[in-house]
Ligand binder design. Structure first.
Ligand code: DGY
Length: 326
């Protein structure tokens, strides 16, 4: 980069206007005006042309994107907390730093997990569809009877920031008992804040919980963490909520468990290969599905953008970016 030249920055999707304005003020910024996911070829061209590339969850940056390149790009500032769509090992081999946007989306993602939990337990999706279809015949004692949430057991897989926010809502708002399964040992004082108990295995958690909510990272290590065997361990009538990543759940096994009535229901905000939704899921009963809305509030989407800007500012000032993940 010539001295005094502003870094060239590519933003792969449209961002909230306030953040785009700030980016344009600070950098030589370009925005993917078509607002569609970039292709492998687009990325390879971008990595040799820009100093920073700012991708999102819709940008599949596998090994083929990085293979054999001599990049100009020094930093990938991911707009989002999850980064399993980026081959961080391949990026690191080329000397590219990767950052994400933790914290700022924890509240809103936990809100969507709680929304799904309540919707599926109380059959709110079914009720809304029935009413809009003009099929509601009036109040009756046996109509759309759901499951009480207050006082039940919620099992949380992955006790990072979002899992902890979910626990807070469920415990303090709904008097739920919290079980936690996490890769590493969670500090006792963190568990105590929500009266939680950490269990040793996903199996133990599935067996003991009325509701299971997934808050672990995606990627190869957690692919089909919830599989047919683990679904079979859930309590009859239990509920599964996924706001993490689609690949964490074996969707065919989930659809079978729902169709056969082995579990009570599920709520999904994320899908394997989204925006495609597996036909088995479309046909499954007792399932509430949302189009990846976890962080979708004005406040959060702006905060995510400004968090990327903080990382860029630190990086281009020669400091350690606060949210470096690779
Ligand atoms: C996240 O931040 O990981 C959300 O799922 C959107 O990418």
């Amino acid at each position: 980069m010539a001295e005094n030249a502003r870094p060239r920055v590519l933003v792969t999707r449209r961002w909230p206007a306030a953040v785009e304005d700030k980016l344009s003020e600070l950098y030589d910024a370009e925005f993917n005006s078509e607002d569609v996911p970039m292709t492998v070829e687009d990325f390879r061209a971008a990595l040799v042309a820009f100093d920073a590339v700012l991708p999102t969850v819709t940008d599949r940056m596998g090994p083929e994107v990085f293979d054999g390149l001599v990049p100009r790009t020094k930093i990938l500032g991911n707009y989002g907390v999850g980064f399993s769509h980026i081959d961080t090992a391949a990026a690191s081999r080329l000397g590219i730093v990767v950052t994400n946007t933790p914290d700022v989306l924890s509240d809103c993602t936990a809100d969507i997990a709680m929304t799904l939990l309540l919707m599926v337990a109380r059959r709110a999706g079914e009720g809304e569809r029935e009413l809009r279809a003009g099929a509601w015949t009036g109040w009756r004692p046996t109509h759309l009877v759901g499951t009480k949430v207050t006082g039940k057991v919620l099992g949380i897989v992955g006790f990072g920031r979002i899992g902890q926010e979910m626990a807070r809502r469920a415990h303090h708002g709904f008097g739920m008992t919290i079980l936690v399964q996490n890769r590493s040992k969670v500090a006792q004082e963190v568990l105590d804040q929500v009266g939680a108990v950490q269990v040793d295995s996903v199996e133990a958690l599935m067996e003991a919980s009325d509701f299971v909510s997934l808050h672990c990272p995606g990627g190869a290590a957690n692919r089909h963490l919830v599989n047919a065997d683990r679904l079979a361990r859930m309590k009859p009538g239990g509920f599964l909520i996924n706001t993490a990543r689609g690949e964490v759940v074996d969707e065919a096994a989930l659809a079978a468990a729902l169709t056969e009535g082995r579990i009570g229901g599920a709520g999904l905000d994320v899908f394997d290969g989204e925006p495609r939704v597996a036909p088995e899921l479309m046909a499954a009963p007792n399932l509430v599905m949302l189009p990846h809305l976890g962080s979708a509030t004005r406040e959060t989407r702006e905060a995510m953008g400004f968090r990327v800007l903080d990382n860029l500012a630190a990086f281009f000032a020669g400091e350690a970016p606060p949210d470096r993940v690779a």
